[in-house]
Design a protein around this ligand. Sequence first.
Ligand code: ZN
Length: 109
Amino acid sequence: MANPWGKLPLRMQCPHCGTIDEHPVIRTDPAIYSGPEYASAFFRHTVGRDIRFRLRRKRCTRCRRRFKSVEVAYIYLDELIQSIDFWTHESSELGSRSGTEVSVARTGR
Ligand SMILES: [Zn+2]
């Protein structure tokens, strides 16, 4: 269905069954959330500002299970992905240098 604003409906993947569709929102939480202090400190250091995000609850059009979705400025997700990339490489280098398993290096145990 066309809409007068020209915006495309948001399609996303259900985390339960993998179906990509326009899963309807069943609840939009009016609150604006931030992370726990360690996450706030991380984002203040990397992005320069604490993270803020919104939550919605959706219902899958196929399996009917509910799931939460988040609306957050992309810069925060990008920073997380870059950090995962950095620490994955860092861990594998530590593992290959010391002979320690990567999973051990990642968890710090
Ligand atoms: Zn589903």
